[in-house]
Design a protein around this ligand. Structure first.
Ligand code: UDP
Ligand code: MG
Length: 140
C-alpha cells in the first residue's frame, strides 16, 4: 500500500485497434500517472521470459505468440495503491466477468486477448519494471 509503482502492458489486440489513448485515459481518470512509456515489439523469447511464471499452463504458447504478434505499449504507472488500483481499472482476466466500465469490460476481445497486463504484487511489479525499463528512463 502507500505510494507505489506498477507495471502495465497495453496488449496487441488493443494497439491494433488504436486504443492506446482511450486506455491511458482510464488510467489517468483513476488517478494513476504514466511515468514511463514506450512502444516495443517483443520477440517470442522475450514474451516467454516475461510470462515464465505461466510456462506450465496450457495457454502459455498461445499467449507468447499473441504477445509477440504485434507491438505493445509497456508502461510504469504511479500513484496511491497503484498496484491494486490498476487491477481494479483493468477488470477481471475474463472480460465476461469484468465489472462495467473497466478496461477489459469495455475493450477486451477474449480471455486471452484481454487488452492489458498489470502486475499483481509489489515484488512482481519491481521485477517487471526492471525487465523493460532502466533507471534513467524512470523520471517520476
Ligand atoms: N490467459 C489465457 N487463458 C487463461 C488464463 C490467462 O489466455 O485461461 C492469458 C490472459 O491473456 C491473461 C494472461 O494469460 O491476461 C495472464 O494470466 P493471469 O492469470 O496472470 O491473468 P491477469 O493477471 O492478466 O489478469
Ligand atoms: Mg497476472
Amino acid at each position: 500500500m502507500g505510494f507505489e509503482r506498477t507495471f502495465s502492458i497495453i496488449k496487441p489486440d488493443a494497439t491494433r485497434r488504436n486504443l492506446t489513448g482511450k486506455i491511458n485515459a482510464k488510467f489517468e481518470e483513476a488517478g494513476l500517472r504514466i511515468v514511463a512509456q514506450k512502444r516495443i515489439h517483443m520477440t517470442k523469447e522475450q514474451a516467454g521470459k516475461f510470462y515464465e511464471v505461466h510456462s506450465e499452463r496450457p495457454f502459455y504458447d498461445e499467449l507468447c505468440d499473441f504477445m509477440s504478434s504485434e507491438p505493445v505499449i509497456v508502461q510504469v504507472l504511479e500513484g496511491e495503491s497503484a498496484i491494486s488500483k490498476n487491477r481494479e481499472v483493468m477488470g477481471a482476466t475474463n472480460p465476461a466477468d469484468a465489472a462495467p466500465g473497466t478496461i477489459r469490460a469495455d475493450f477486451a476481445e477474449s480471455m486471452g486477448e484481454n487488452s492489458v497486463h498489470g502486475s499483481d504484487a509489489p515484488e512482481t511489479a519491481a521485477i517487471e519494471i526492471a525487465y523493460f525499463f532502466s533507471g534513467i528512463e524512470l523520471v517520476g
